[in-house]
Design a protein around this ligand. Structure first.
Ligand code: SF4
Ligand code: SF4
Length: 202
């Protein structure tokens, strides 16, 4: 008896690329599709696809769908999935590196301006407090695209904020400052001065 002809064929080139070039990609080969990652993800309901499904889409060669998915941007690095994965797949690293690949490959043009605004907000928090304050960075980032847009983004992302509080990725008290924040500011000012001098010297 001859074996039945498969009704579908898959392009494995994207999966091979991910295995070889994405941080942690080699361990993705060991994913057994148990779903523990998606089941434990506090942001799962805010993602186009949970990590388990996204990994199957990689195997199925669905490059565009993977790299345009909001899953790779909405992960908040809580590591719930990583500690529960029975195959030690570094899910968080994989999602983050896929977002870098999405930018490199031109699937996330709109994210470039977003990233620049986010970097500014991050830098502000790092220099004022010596660390990032998730709420203030997020608020500054959201409102950097205008008051109306900021309110809209804040409302749209309430569920993510609640999930972050629940998983202790966002605190609700006063902003924490590092000790010696004045010294940090002096270091940053000196670095800016050196950079400006080098700029002038060309
Ligand atoms: S928990 Fe690990 S093995 Fe299970 S689906 Fe997720 S990545 Fe795959
Ligand atoms: S690290 Fe990302 S993908 Fe994993 S559970 Fe947390 S939010 Fe979900």
């Amino acid at each position: 008896m001859t074996a039945p002809t498969p009704s579908r064929t898959y392009d494995l080139s994207f999966a091979r690329y991910v295995y070889d070039h994405i941080d942690g990609g080699q361990r993705l080969k060991l994913c057994m599709q148990c779903g523990a990652c998606s089941g434990s993800c506090p942001i799962g309901t805010q993602m186009d696809h949970g990590p388990r499904k996204l990994f199957m889409m990689i195997r199925a060669g669905m490059k565009e769908a993977v790299l345009t998915s909001n899953t790779i941007w909405n992960c908040v690095s809580c590591y719930n999935c990583v500690v529960r994965c029975p195959r030690q797949v570094p899910i968080t690293y994989i999602l983050h590196d896929l977002s870098a690949l999405a930018i490199e490959e031109g699937y996330a043009e709109a994210k470039k301006a977003d990233n620049a605004r986010f970097a500014k907000a991050f830098w502000w928090s790092a220099t004022v407090f010596g660390r990032t304050d998730e709420r203030l960075v997020t608020a500054r980032y959201y409102f950097s695209s205008g008051l109306g847009e900021g309110i809209k983004k804040g409302m749209a992302n309430q569920a993510i904020a609640l999930a972050m509080v629940k998983t202790k990725r966002m605190h609700l008290g006063m902003p924490h400052k590092v000790k010696g924040v004045g010294e940090l500011k002096a270091i940053v000012a000196k670095a800016a001065e050196i950079q400006a001098r080098h700029g002038k010297e060309g």
